[in-house]
Write a protein that binds this ligand. Structure first.
Ligand code: NCD
Ligand code: ZN
Length: 349
């Protein structure tokens, strides 16, 4: 298969930032995706429907002329989010999920939830009105190994939460482990999961060596949840290419300036928005499953969220496409994933 035409896809997990950074990255996403679930971890976070409305207006103002893009907004859950706020979010029509960041788990998550027990009122309201809970599934206790944080979260938080709120619609975001993939596959009730391109393409060796085996620390491969062992990458690939509608595309594209990445305490996040579909195509192609890409990228997500599938089409061709060494990012620059390398698939329309 040398060309692949698909229904225009959506990105079900995206960081767009704000201000000049937003203006720099949004055109990349709008080139490929019709819609995206926009993460609320700004500083300060998007904790209310009113803030989400303002952020949405700033995003729409940054959409390039001639492009069509619809931001699907989310609220940042805190220990104090009242049930009323959930109802306002639902009534707005533009808030499509509420994001649970365990406090301290990742970039700008200091105001996140310290104990899910404090969010009972919000969860009850969400369950009642069908508002999805989007979960960053990692525990944050210092004594838990960074590579085990998702697995421990699954047992300590996810399972009890789903037992207490069995009808609450949940998305296990950017899953990175075999355990999470199997849990989502086998669970009862309304649950889905997003999978990033980088977790389909790389295992944790990528953090510490080049593709040809040269040792060195590679900050542009550092994201949260961190890349895992090869057996986990294989399990994610199996899930993504299985045709199971619970698994869908979410890039978790998370831009940070070059200086914030190449740093003694570098920020977590891989920037994949500029070549997202090309990267996913490479992963699906390597698994012999290009015929499953459309379901994963364009069908399962809208069906899960209860939104219409997109009408337009996109075409990918098997022809080399060069990833630039860096891209403009306001006054700074950003190093995309696979910078300076050539990818096997290009977007043609
Ligand atoms: C994200 C960011 O930079 O906002 N970083 C990341 O590594 N994925 C936050 C997140 O989604 O965890
Ligand atoms: Zn994210």
């Amino acid at each position: 298969m040398d060309t692949l035409t698909l229904t225009r896809p959506d990105d079900w997990h995206l960081h767009l930032r704000d201000g000049p950074a937003l203006a720099a990255v949004l055109p990349h996403t709008a080139r490929q995706f019709a819609r995206a679930i926009v993460m609320p971890n700004l500083r300060p976070p998007v904790t209310t429907t009113a803030k989400a409305r303002d952020y949405r207006d700033r995003i729409l103002a940054a959409v390039p002329a001639g492009a069509k893009f619809e931001p699907l907004m989310t609220l940042y859950l805190t220990d104090n989010t009242p049930a009323d706020e959930i109802l306002r979010a639902r009534d707005s029509g533009f808030v499509h999920g509420v994001k649970l960041y365990p406090a301290g788990a990742t970039t700008n998550s200091d105001s996140g939830v310290t104990d899910v027990g404090r969010c009972t009122g919000a969860f009850e309201a969400m369950q009642r009105v069908g508002m999805p809970l989007l979960v960053h599934g990692e525990v944050t206790h210092g004594q838990v190994d960074v590579f085990d944080r998702e697995r421990v979260f699954l047992d300590e938080v996810m399972r009890p939460l789903r037992r207490d709120f069995p009808a609450l619609k949940m998305v296990f975001e950017h899953i990175t482990t075999k355990e999470a993939a199997e849990y989502v596959r086998d669970a009862d009730g309304p649950i889905g999961a997003t999978i990033t391109a980088h977790h389909l393409l790389f295992n944790r060796n990528a953090l510490f060596m080049t593709a040809d085996g040269r040792a060195g620390m590679r900050p542009h491969y550092y994201c949260l949840p961190v890349l895992k062992r090869e057996e986990h990458r294989q399990a994610l690939l199996t899930a993504a290419t299985s045709g199971n509608p619970r698994f869908f595309l979410g890039t978790d594209s998370a831009p940070h300036s070059r200086g914030d990445k190449e740093n003694a305490c570098g920020c977590a996040g891989c920037y994949t928005a500029a070549f997202a579909l090309e990267l996913y195509a490479e992963a699906f192609d390597a698994a012999g499953a290009l015929h499953r890409l459309e379901g994963f990228a364009s069908i399962h997500g809208p069906d899960f969220y209860g939104l219409p599938r997109n009408a337009g089409k996109l075409t990918l061709t098997r022809s080399a496409c060069q990833v630039p060494a860096e891209l403009p990012f306001g006054e700074h620059s950003i190093v995309p994933l696979r910078a300076g390398e050539s990818l096997a698939w290009s977007l043609t329309a």
